[in-house]
Design a protein around this ligand. Sequence first.
Ligand code: ATP
Ligand code: MG
Length: 378
Amino acid sequence: MSEIELQNLSKSFGELDAVTDVSLSVRDGELLCLLGPSGCGKSTTMRMISGLETPSSGTVYIGDADVTDEPAYDRDTSMVFQNWALFPYKTVLENVAFGLKMRGMGKQQRRDRASEMLDRVHMDGYESHSPTDLSGGQKQRVALARSLAVDPDVLLLDEPLSNLDKRLREEMEIELKDIREEFQKTFVHVTHNQDEAFTLADRIGIMNDGRLVQVGEPNEVYRDPKNKFVEEFLGDTNFVSGTVSDSDGQYSYLVTEFDSEIRVPVTSKIQPEASLTVSLRPEFMQIAPLTDESTRASHQTRADGNGGGGGVSGTVESTIYRGSSIRHVVDIGGEQLFVEQSVTDQSAIDEGDTVELSWDIDDILLFRPDGTRVRDRQ
Ligand SMILES: Nc1ncnc2c1ncn2[C@@H]1O[C@H](COP(=O)(O)OP(=O)(O)OP(=O)(O)O)[C@@H](O)[C@H]1O
Ligand SMILES: [Mg+2]
């Protein structure tokens, strides 16, 4: 059963189309992350789910009910904001109990419930503190406790972790996962941080320019992006543009901007002369020292030295140690490709070395000039 169902939801502010024709189902008990760049309409979508914003057109269902015209306080949702929105002159306990008071719960019951919630987010002992005395992470916990206290079916979290530093954010990600397991609510979580989305989400909805571009499980959107925007937004990659020269039946060949050929899968949709962009993710490429000049030459012809792979050779321009991996910038005929080498990979590669970059041809994604994906392998 879907807990939240958005049908053709749009919102304009005057001339500006903030959200355009968004249709989305969020399943009961699911955590769905809305991910996208600043200004793409994430908060506006959340605000329409919560009732803080009225759609220009379209319908919002929560449970089985059409709540499009219902005010926020009649919806079974609770929202956590980026800036926590705690009352500075109330104690931590009063902050958490506030929503319960609004719902007419008696005083002792409110206090008990608020204490229990603070306990659950590991903030017991802070009941009588002022929120102004708390750290960012602690304020976030209190804000979460306040939202959970009213026992909503749906929790809406709008960039709840983006004001925290990296370490604290990662800690809170784990905690949110725990809370989520424990409370079994339906969550919609907005972020523009890819790592956060990948850590938390059952499914990710990627938005761009007011539209929902793709919805899917994290590995699905990462490995099978719908278009170039999704591929680019979900992680670092090398885009290499070129023109299809011809096909030998097994592969097509793309003459790239750095004047070497890259083998690409033959598909019914690639015609000779077509302009295409290849995406080569740095972590899908292997890097190896290339000392034998003859091997190097063979790469620039079409000799099929490494099975279903593809590759190019070049010179290491710079090497950056990044902790768990090493990033090399490799110059290929004046163009730069960056590649990620695992620190466990034994081959020592230094600046100035001639190297071979290789990859599995199935890891190559192809995009047309308008950003759409070329699929359909023959
Ligand atoms: N009340 C409003 N009046 C006018 N324009 C608005 C209003 N609320 C949002 N917008 C505009 O609508 C667009 C979408 O805004 P929204 O806040 O939904 O983006 P967002 O994806 O949440 O961005 P961010 O990541 O920066 O929070 C933006 O161009 C924004 O300026
Ligand atoms: Mg926002």
